[in-house]
Design a protein around this ligand. Structure first.
Ligand code: UD1
Ligand code: UDP
Length: 387
């Protein structure tokens, strides 16, 4: 008898990191894969579904302009409730920390369906940063039955919270698996056409950065564009109208500033790989850039992904204009500092996360006694040597 695994997601980053897992489930005859999207994002989700050729079995189409957290939660739960009745899954997989993630885990709990949490255990321990993601992730972990912790640190966070050790596995992050589908040897984009300039890629979207924090960063970007005439700034803008209003009000137009629509994930990964520097408040990009060898300045006060900071590939700079300008200046002028960041190791995965997760699910259902070995970052080995 096949086990019915229902994967639920709603936003771009969840889709990108769930896609390789869905592909691995689809290939495995022990499982029946059912894909449900809340479509908390619409256009940005559809870009990913198209790239990975994923056709959802259910599309709840909940997105509205300027939606609130309460409406995302309540609409998702009400509609998912009906899908659970219809599908009757054996397990639900959710990813990460969005409001879809939490709403789906809660609905699964109401239906007494086991929850596998992909990317479990990341923490800042700051209730409002990232907001609402920190609590979405903690509440999802509270409801989960099986934990796919991407790193040893995320496993330790889960152990500290007294989750069942026998159900926690260090799997790596499936973001790294996704790169195997997208990175191409040849890629061109209009923003890359001048070989003489350095390219800085920027994304910003976090709710806690809306307002003064974004304005400060945009002022820093104006300053950097004026000061360094050999750089171009590429800004794929999130669809959120509030962010776009801030961008258009506070970023000075320049022929070296490319304000563009969200890139599909194939384009984004390839453009990121060919960028000299990334500035972002994104979670997923903090995981991908280390695997692409591109330094990242993190535009946030704290991060639930400190492994990249420890490895030296991410630097937490916050959003103050003076700090952002200083950090960019340093990397544009100090080649030693730059090389150190660009060649730091990737602590987030080895590209085998999806197969590992599928093997763990098979063991959960008693379909095998074997699972693939856990993901080990080189620094874990070093720590063990020191013990
Ligand atoms: C959501 C997640 C956040 C994740 C981010 C990834 C929550 C609360 N937030 O934040 O954790 O980091 O996605 O990008 O779960 N919009 C469109 N088209 C789209 C997507 C968004 O028009 O394809 C606009 C809509 O007006 C929407 C608004 O953006 O109301 C905000 O979207 P929402 O999902 O609420 O928040 P994000 O900031 O995208
Ligand atoms: N991304 C993309 N197109 C873009 C910008 C980002 O495909 O124009 C991808 C990026 O590679 C990463 C994910 O979207 O995999 C990150 O999504 P986002 O920053 O919206 O959310 P977060 O990771 O912060 O939750």
């Amino acid at each position: 008898m096949t086990q019915k695994i229902m994967t639920i997601f709603g936003t771009r980053p969840e889709a990108i990191k769930m896609a390789p897992i869905i592909k691995a489930l689809e290939k495995d005859t022990r499982f029946e894969s059912c894909v449900v999207v809340t479509a908390q994002h619409r256009e940005m989700l559809d870009q990913v579904l198209e790239t990975f050729a994923i056709k959802p079995d259910f599309d709840l189409n909940i997105m509205t302009p300027n939606q609130t957290l309460a409406t995302i939660t309540s609409r998702s739960i009400a509609l998912l409730d009906e899908v659970f009745d219809q599908v009757n899954p054996d397990m639900v997989l959710v990813h990460g920390d969005t409001t879809t993630t939490f709403a789906a885990a809660l609905t699964a709990f109401y239906h007494q369906v086991p929850v596998g949490h992909v990317e479990a255990g990341l923490r800042t321990y700051d209730k409002y940063s990232p907001f609402p993601e920190e609590m979405n992730r903690q509440m999802t972990d509270a409801l989960a039955d099986l934990y796919f912790a991407p790193t040893a640190l995320s496993r330790d966070n889960l152990l500290k919270a007294h989750h069942d050790p026998s159900q926690i596995y260090v799997t790596g992050n499936s973001a790294i698996d996704a790169l195997a589908y997208t990175i191409a040897p040849d890629f061109s984009h209009v923003a890359l056409k001048n070989p003489e300039t350095k390219k800085i890629l920027i994304t910003m979207h976090r709710r806690e950065n809306l307002g003064q924090n974004m304005i400060q960063v945009f002022q820093a970007m104006n300053h950097i564009l004026d000061k360094h005439t050999d750089i171009e700034l590429i800004f794929p803008m999130h669809k959120n109208p509030k962010i776009r209003a801030l961008i258009h009000t506070h970023l000075k137009p320049s022929h070296r500033l490319h304000l563009i629509e969200p890139l599909d994930v194939f384009e984004f990964h390839n453009l990121a790989k060919r960028s000299d520097l990334i500035l972002t408040d994104s979670g997923g990009i903090q995981e991908e850039a280390p695997a692409l060898g591109v330094p990242v300045l993190v535009l946030r006060a704290s991060t639930e992904r400190p492994e990249g900071v420890a490895a030296g590939t991410l630097k937490l700079v916050g959003t103050a204009e003076v700090d952002v300008v200083r950090a960019v200046d340093e990397l544009l002028t100090d080649s030693v500092a730059y090389e150190k960041m660009a060649t730091a190791r990737n602590p987030y995965g080895d590209g085998k996360t999806s197969n590992r997760i599928v093997s763990i699910i098979a063991r959960y259902f008693g379909l095998t006694t074997d699972i693939l070995p856990e993901f080990r970052d080189k620094s874990d080995d070093k720590e063990r040597e020191l013990e």
